[in-house]
Design a protein around this ligand. Structure first.
Ligand SMILES: [Zn+2]
Ligand SMILES: [Zn+2]
Length: 249
């Protein structure tokens, strides 16, 4: 049975895809991807949508249950705190996790995500397979699913974060200018993060407050001229472990 949180993510995904199909320019851009890049992006979506949940529920959950059986369901939190942890606390940790991935030594793993020159919903999960496991919340969410006695509110926090991730990569240029929308990283803010000349801004996932506090926020009325730096020829390496140093700096 499909749960409501999964339905939310699927609905947001298909609404954005339909919206893209209805506009000739957006559709042409979307279809302009080379076949190898389609494979990379669809594989990324499969990893994010199926492999990660399986990894969390089978490997992390299973391993913890084996080593620490009494830990399962040990943590009881009020629903709003569970949601807050998944949506706000994890978001702040992700902000630093993301900044670290922009450091010289780790950039090769993250560069694949910044290689999309077409900014649409299919580039949301463009990542090398290995990089997926360098993202803190993949592990943390698995541990929380194990520890919480009532997981529903936490899962909603994760689902809304995933829906916003899809929106951020949708290429939607207009974003409401009133609260609470102004609290979030908009698709335009994230487009600047993917821009060729100014990627050290807007590291946040859900909320823009972390970028505002740490001086990395860049708000603009315009979209950047150029998005993404193209991948080299080695898509196989890009898919598994990232881009060799120097190939995409
Ligand atoms: Zn980045
Ligand atoms: Zn992105």
């Amino acid at each position: 049975m499909i749960s409501l949180d999964l339905l939310l993510i699927l609905a947001v995904f298909w609404i954005i895809v339909t919206w893209s199909l209805l506009n000739k320019i957006r559709l042409r851009k979307m279809l302009s991807r080379a076949r190898g890049l389609w494979a990379l992006d669809l594989a990324g979506l499969m990893i994010h949508g199926a492999v990660v949940p399986l990894f969390q529920s089978l490997i992390i959950f299973g391993a913890l249950k084996l080593i620490w059986p009494i830990g399962e369901g040990l943590l009881t939190l009020p629903r709003w705190i569970s949601f807050f942890v998944a949506f706000v606390v994890v978001d702040y940790a992700y902000y630093w996790n993301h900044r670290l991935l922009h450091q010289k030594k780790l950039w090769r793993f993250h560069a694949v995500h910044h290689s999309g020159q077409v900014f649409d919903v299919f580039t949301t999960s463009r990542n090398s397979a290995l990089t997926t496991f360098l993202i803190l919340y993949v592990w943390f969410n698995g541990i929380m699913f194990f520890l919480l006695s009532n997981r529903e509110a936490y899962i909603w926090g994760v689902a809304v974060s995933n829906a916003l991730d899809l929106l951020r990569h949708s290429g939607i240029a207009k974003w409401p200018r009133f609260a609470p929308f102004t609290w979030f990283i908009s698709p335009r803010d994230h487009a600047w993060h993917h821009s060729e000349d100014m990627s050290d801004v807007n590291f946040g996932g859900n909320l823009n407050i972390w970028d505002r506090i740490h001086g990395t926020y860049h708000g603009s009325e315009n979209l950047p001229h150029q998005i993404g730096a193209p991948l080299g020829q080695n898509l196989w390496s890009a898919f598994w472990h990232g881009i060799p140093s120097g190939e995409n700096q």
